[in-house]
Design a protein around this ligand. Structure first.
Ligand code: GLA
Length: 384
């Protein structure tokens, strides 16, 4: 749905034109998984799939939320009633952002919101971050808050961590808020410093496919939190602030110090080697050698599967099938336990690869995956 249509639907719903229309994209992460809550490196880029929001401000302490994708009447909430963990529905994401803004001292007094999204949900492509970021951006504009994008991302993360109750890192919100078309975002999650790395695979005759396994993932479920707690335990045992502080060339010594803590050893090894893989990927892209990142992606998958243990049979099936069919590299992307994988391939191989993946899923008796090409797209912005 385009910006104009979203504005028209808003007018039908709420009886007046919106004061503006904003958009925020979903993301895929190229490399750097489960490093963001360890103060490490990540490298996401924005998808063309995005969430649009037509919004007007209100001054009576009421928030009305409507989603074209969910349907039904608008949900009406009183700002004074917003409280962490009080809402188990999709409305918790935009309401959480309003709550986080007010908690941070910003005088937001209400809004009418109509949303429409093309970001697949439950596919590990950050539909929730898109929903949060589009809300934050619209309110920042309408209330003249002047918050820098990184700060909007932080408030969105707080909404997700505290209001929704999912203990996620900062990657998804920063990606949605800060990515640029044609680039991947090399983000240091310790200080949020960013570098836009040119990422034009098409020019090199390559494609990056997203393969949505259609196995739904859920972050507020316990496994993500358990991994996070395990990483924090590792940092505490090693006497560092975060696993980011364990140097790659000191990894063996660090693991030896963890003694019999078998699970912590695996988690630490993943995080430390994954940070190194992000740095290697950045160096290869800077050296204009995009084909060479394929094996780095595949190494990353092995580490997530064997050390971090967050893959699932469908994600492994995508990776194994793609590699045997000639892909340059493949790995699961996002939080894990379902969702999507990415596959780096020669442009000329895409047709055969897609067919081979579909056949493999059919033979395994699984729902066919959704396969699409990921083109690095623009971050959040105002459309109307
Ligand atoms: C989810 C979280 C992110 C990040 C990834 C794993 O997408 O929202 O913060 O931790 O998982 O890299």
């Amino acid at each position: 749905m385009g910006a104009q249509q979203v504005a028209e639907r808003f007018a039908e719903l709420y009886g007046a034109e919106p004061q503006g229309v904003w958009a925020a994209p979903g993301r895929v992460n190229l490399i750097g998984e489960h490093t963001d809550y360890n103060d490490g490196f990540v490298m996401p880029f924005a998808l063309p799939h995005r969430t649009l929001a037509a919004v007007s401000r209100r001054d009576d302490g009421v928030l009305r939320l409507h989603s074209a994708d969910i349907g039904g009447p608008a949900v009406e909430l009183r700002l004074d009633d917003l409280a962490p963990r009080s809402d188990g529905a999709w409305t918790a994401y935009p309401a959480g952002v309003v709550w986080a803004l007010r908690e941070a001292g910003h005088a937001v007094t209400g809004a009418d919101v109509h949303l429409s999204s093309t970001v697949p949900t439950g596919a590990g492509l950050s539909s929730s971050a898109a929903l949060e970021v589009v809300t934050a951006l619209a309110l920042d504009d309408l209330y003249g808050l002047g918050l820098p994008r990184w700060k909007q991302a932080r408030l969105c993360q707080r909404a997700e961590n505290v209001y929704v109750g999912a203990p996620t890192g900062i990657m998804d919100q920063t990606a949605s808020a800060c990515c640029e078309a044609g680039h991947a975002l090399f983000l240091d999650t310790r200080d949020l410093s960013q570098q836009q790395i040119p990422f034009d695979l098409a020019a090199a005759g390559l494609r990056l496919l997203v393969v949505d396994t259609r196995v739904q993932h859920a972050h507020s479920g316990g496994e993500y939190g358990k991994r996070r707690a395990g990483c924090e335990k590792g940092a505490a045992l090693l006497g560092v602030d975060a696993l980011r502080d364990v140097p790659y060339d000191g990894l063996d010594a660090a693991l030896a110090r963890l003694g019999g803590e078998e699970e912590v050893v695996r988690l630490v090894r993943h995080v430390v080697t994954e940070n190194e893989r992000v740095e290697r990927t950045v160096a290869l892209l800077r050296a204009d050698d995009p084909r060479a990142i394929g094996p780095v992606l595949t190494e990353g998958h092995a580490s997530l599967r064997d050390d971090f243990r967050i893959s699932c049979p469908e994600l492994d099936l995508v990776v194994d099938t793609a590699l045997s069919a000639g892909a340059l590299g493949a790995r699961m992307t996002g939080g894990g336990f379902g969702g999507s994988a990415i596959v780096l391939a020669e442009a000329t191989d895409v047709g055969t690869l897609t067919k081979t993946l579909e056949e493999a899923f059919a033979a395994a008796g699984r729902t066919l995956p959704r396969v699409f090409e990921a083109v690095p797209s623009a971050g959040a912005g105002r459309l109307l």
